[in-house]
Design a protein around this ligand. Structure first.
Ligand code: MG
Ligand code: MG
Length: 259
């Protein structure tokens, strides 16, 4: 049985949610052709530590860096590297923080310069599918309501949904119950309750939904090597309307960030 969070816990999750949101915006300001993903990772780690928090991904199951940086056909869990971003790439940036015993977790896919119309559509649809899922994060609903909303929206554009990875509860641990799949049936799955804190994170593929794990045992690639996008927000399940603990507004209200 998953317990709803107390108001005090939610406030600490909100501080973390705000910090990951601001960190993603700092990264977004620096995303450009010619920049390496490792440079972006360093910038994020410095920003997180300057705010008195810890990058929670670093050391998580041995993950080496502060950010997951997943370029083009890498769906999630990409390692920052000396790869130089180039015009037309997309980079999915996943960020986690740990502050005062609680976690933050959010992700955003940035275009690098100008991207193809098909890729533009993939980004727009993946982000919109997250908001469709969020509309279902309501007291009394089920995790399958979220998954169904994400899946039916994304698939209506001919895109496909990764099944092997899913969203999750969040609190003292980065990954808590319940799992929040991005596919499913309405009325099925875990019951959602007011005060539960969850991360909704659709991973949507331009081509087929098949994926494989790279030789480093971390990076998830699309099998057909077509692009994939990933957006993630942390929310509180409420009656009437879910409450966001993280936000893309720092990114989207900053005209210097290419989105
Ligand atoms: Mg994440
Ligand atoms: Mg997550």
């Amino acid at each position: 049985m998953v317990k709803p969070k107390t108001a005090e816990e939610i406030e600490l999750l909100r501080i973390n949610g705000d910090l990951v949101s601001r960190t993603l915006a700092e990264v977004g300001k620096a995303v450009a052709p010619g920049v390496t993903t490792l440079e972006l990772d360093r910038l994020a780690e410095t920003f997180i530590r300057d705010h008195g928090a810890v990058p929670s991904f670093k050391g998580f199951d041995g993950f080496p860096n502060a950010l997951c940086m997943s370029v083009n056909d890498v769906v999630v869990h990409g390692f920052p590297s000396d790869y130089v971003l180039k015009e037309g790439d997309i980079v999915s940036v996943d960020c986690g923080t740990f502050y005062k015993g609680y976690n933050g977790d959010s992700a955003y896919t940035f275009p690098v310069g100008e991207v193809s119309p098909e890729t533009r559509k993939l980004l727009d649809v993946t982000k919109a599918s997250l908001y469709k899922g969020m509309e279902q994060a309501l007291d009394g609903h089920r995790s399958g309501d979220i998954g169904h909303a994400v899946q039916s929206y994304a698939e209506s554009f001919g895109f496909s949904v990764v099944r092997e990875l899913e969203g999750h509860g969040i609190g003292r641990k980065m990954h808590e119950d319940p799992g929040i799949p991005n596919y499913g049936k309405q009325g099925r799955g875990s019951r959602l309750q007011d005060g539960m804190t969850i991360c909704i994170e659709p991973m949507i593929c331009a081509g087929g939904r098949g994926v494989y794990v790279a030789r480093n045992d971390w990076e998830i690639h699309t099998s057909d090597h077509k692009n994939a996008a990933h957006y993630e927000l942390t929310v509180v399940v409420r009656k009437g309307k879910a409450e966001q603990l993280s936000t893309f507004s720092y990114i989207e209200n900053d005209p210097s960030i290419n989105i």
